[in-house]
Design a protein around this ligand. Structure first.
Ligand code: SF4
Length: 277
C-alpha cells in the first residue's frame, strides 16, 4: 500500500487533465517527480503569456501594440536566461523564429479584441478553494469586468483543437469560473478561451455547467485516490504517447508508438518518434 501522503494536496485543472489523459504519465510527473521538459511550443506560449500579463497591468489606453513591443524587449532578457529556455539550445536563427512565433501570439490579441477597452480586474490570479470535496488550486490568466459581471479568460497559444480535445480545455476554464464563484460569491457571466492566433471560444457560464465541471473533477479525484491507494496507475496509450516525455520508460507507450508508426499514424514532428526510428 502506498502511503496516503502520495495523494496530492490539491488538484489543478492541468493535473486533473493529465490524470484523465493517462494515469501512468501523471504518476511519472506528480509522484515520481521526473522532470518534464516544457518543449518549445509551450515556452513560446509562456513568453506570450508573460508579455500579456504585464500589458494588462497597464492602464487601458496604454495597452497598445507599441507597449507590447517595448514590454517584449524588456522581458526577453530575463526569459532567455531561464534554464527552461536555455535547455532548448536554439541557435540565432531558431531563437529569432521563437520570438517571431511568440510575437504572432501577442499581436494576435489585437485581431480578437482591443485590450485598451477591456476592464481588467486581475491577471494571473491564484484561486485556492474546495470544489465539491476536491481541494483545488488554479491560476487564472485574466479576470475582466463586463457590465458589472466577471469574465474569466484563459489564453491559448496553440491552434483551436477539434471538438474531442476542446472539451478538455472548456472543462478547465469552467473550473476556473467555479473557483472564482466559490471565492467571490459572484458567478462569472462567461468563461473564455482566447486562441491568440485564431479565435475566441466564449462559454456562457450557468450553474448546470459549473456543476458538471465540478462533478467531473470529483470523479477524477476519486479515481486518483483509488490509484494512489492501490499504487496502480494504468497506462492509457493513445495519440498523445507521441508527445509523452516518459514514453521511454513505458512499455505500453512504446508498443503504441510502434503500432502507430507501422500504420503511418505517427506524425513526423512527434518528439517521441525517435524511440521507434
Ligand atoms: S507513453 Fe503513453 S501510455 Fe505511456 S505514460 Fe506516456 S501517455 Fe501514458
Amino acid at each position: 500500500m502506498v502511503p496516503v501522503a502520495d495523494l496530492p494536496a490539491y488538484l489543478s485543472p492541468s493535473s486533473a487533465s493529465s490524470f484523465d489523459g493517462c494515469p501512468r504519465r501523471w504518476k511519472s510527473k506528480y509522484v515520481d517527480r521526473l522532470p518534464e521538459p516544457s518543449g518549445e511550443a509551450a515556452l513560446v506560449g509562456s513568453f506570450a503569456h508573460l508579455v500579456l500579463e504585464h500589458l494588462c497591468q497597464l492602464q487601458g489606453p496604454e495597452r497598445t501594440l507599441d507597449s507590447a513591443k517595448t514590454l517584449a524587449r524588456a522581458l526577453w532578457e530575463g526569459f532567455e536566461a531561464d534554464e527552461d529556455y536555455r535547455s532548448l539550445e536554439l541557435d540565432a536563427d531558431a531563437s529569432r523564429a521563437f520570438r517571431w512565433n511568440a510575437w504572432q501570439c501577442i499581436a494576435g490579441l489585437w485581431t480578437l479584441e482591443d485590450p485598451a477597452h477591456v476592464e481588467v480586474v486581475s491577471t494571473e490570479e491564484k484561486v485556492r478553494t474546495t470544489l465539491g470535496e476536491v481541494p483545488f488550486v488554479g491560476i487564472i490568466d485574466r479576470v475582466d469586468q463586463v457590465n458589472d459581471e466577471l469574465v474569466v479568460t484563459d489564453y491559448k497559444s496553440g491552434t483551436l483543437p477539434g471538438i474531442r480535445w476542446r472539451d478538455d480545455k472548456i472543462q478547465q476554464v469552467l473550473l476556473y469560473a467555479a473557483a472564482l464563484y466559490e471565492e467571490t460569491g459572484e458567478m462569472p457571466r462567461s468563461a473564455r478561451l482566447i486562441y491568440l492566433k485564431q479565435s475566441i471560444v466564449d462559454i456562457p457560464v450557468t450553474q448546470v455547467k459549473l456543476d458538471e465541471a465540478v462533478s467531473q473533477l470529483s470523479e477524477s479525484w476519486q479515481t486518483l485516490g483509488e490509484a494512489c491507494g492501490s499504487d496502480t496507475f494504468d497506462a492509457k496509450p493513445g495519440v498523445l504517447c507521441g508527445w509523452c516525455p516518459f514514453a521511454d520508460r513505458c512499455p505500453e507507450g512504446r508498443a503504441e508508438l510502434t503500432r502507430r508508426e507501422a500504420a503511418g499514424k505517427l506524425p513526423a514532428h512527434a518528439p517521441a518518434r525517435s524511440l521507434v526510428a
